[in-house]
Design a protein around this ligand. Structure first.
Ligand code: GTP
Length: 314
């Protein structure tokens, strides 16, 4: 008899799965699994011990960092401004399939953390203790990491800077070409920002820019990318979304920033933004997609500001 040309996949090996879980449970390796919404769905005891989590606690990654910062346990966060620290970390978290870096804990330990992301957005984090590695080497690597981070971070808002967001756009364009992976691109520009500076002063204008970046980031998914192009202009990349899906996200923004709210613990402000949205097309270069989104943003300005305009290209 001819062999079956399409042998079916082996049945799930429940014995091996149980052994894998038991090994993770007993292992000194720090193992955590985050779902696509960045909520912790599995953590072994070593992870819970490292990040100061009780059995059953299942925060999102951002909530976990806030808890660690508040309690002074878990991740060592050397910043008075936890939201700024989170913004910087989020500009790198979950943007590439694999990433490895050093992370230190409040108890003095150093971890070599590896993040692996699948296509659906699940993220496996596995770390081992590298405290015993030669400390001079570690200091050099840390200095390099700090310099690399600074080179890609906007010093005011702590989201990606122009260089980084344009690198991410190049990568999205290449992916859209080779894998036909959908990705939307938006340019956001605050309206009459000069007036805010003129009325309240430049430092208050700076605080509004920081507030704006936080508010945008709060509406985005981990896989989305936010960067400051310069002045009061920002770029957002929204992978795996259709134009309608991306528009739905962006249209929540105007109301989110227009409601009066306190900025920098000073007076209440409300401000508006104009946005241009487009989708990467197969023949696009980074330049052509950027231009289309930019033109749509200027169209929003021309039509009275405080709105999102979509360009379908072609
Ligand atoms: N506070 C602050 N202001 C900045 C920064 N970068 C640029 N600006 C100011 O942003 C203002 C931008 O002004 P315009 O380009 O006229 O734009 P606008 O007033 O927002 O008007 P529209 O975009 O047409 O709605 C200028 O006054 C710049 O000085 C910054 O980092 N901090």
């Amino acid at each position: 008899m001819a062999p079956d040309p399409t042998p079916s996949a082996p049945p799930p090996d429940t014995e091996a799965h149980a052994a894998l879980l038991a090994l993770h449970h007993a292992s000194p390796l720090v193992v955590g699994l985050f779902d696509p919404a960045d909520r912790l769905r599995y953590a072994n005891p070593a992870f819970r011990q490292a990040y100061d989590l009780a059995e059953g606690e299942a925060p999102t990654w951002a909530e976990l960092m806030r808890l660690n910062h508040r309690r002074g346990k878990g991740a060592a966060i050397r910043s008075d401004d936890i939201e700024r620290w989170i913004a910087t970390a989020l500009s790198r978290r979950g943007k590439v399939p694999h990433r490895a870096f050093e992370a230190d804990l409040c108890d003095g330990r150093w971890l070599w953390m590896q993040e692996h992301l699948d296509a659906a957005g699940w993220m496996l984090c596995v770390a081992c203790d590298i405290t015993q590695l030669r400390s001079e080497e570690r200091l050099l690597r840390q200095a390099r990491d700090v310099a690399q981070r600074a080179a890609l971070t906007d010093p005011l808002t702590h989201v990606s800077n122009r260089l980084h967001i344009l690198q991410l756009l190049d990568a999205a364009v290449a992916k859209a070409r080779s894998e036909a992976a959908p990705c939307c691109l938006a340019i956001l520009d605050l309206d009459h920002f000069k007036g805010i500076n003129d009325r309240h002063g430049h430092p208050f204008g700076d605080a509004v820019l920081v507030d704006f970046a936080r508010r945008v980031q709060a509406l985005l998914r981990r896989s989305d990318c936010l960067g400051r192009l310069g002045g009061e202009e920002f770029m957002v990349l929204l992978p795996e979304l259709t134009l309608d899906g991306a528009r739905e996200v962006l249209e929540r923004l105007p109301a989110h920033v227009a409601e009066p709210h306190r900025v920098a613990e000073r007076q209440e402000v409300c401000y508006t933004l104009s946005a241009g949205l487009t989708m990467l097309l197969p023949g696009d270069s980074a330049h052509s997609a950027y231009q289309r989104a930019d033109r749509a943003m200027y169209e929003a300005k021309r039509r009275g500001r405080n709105q999102v305009r979509v360009s379908r290209g072609g």
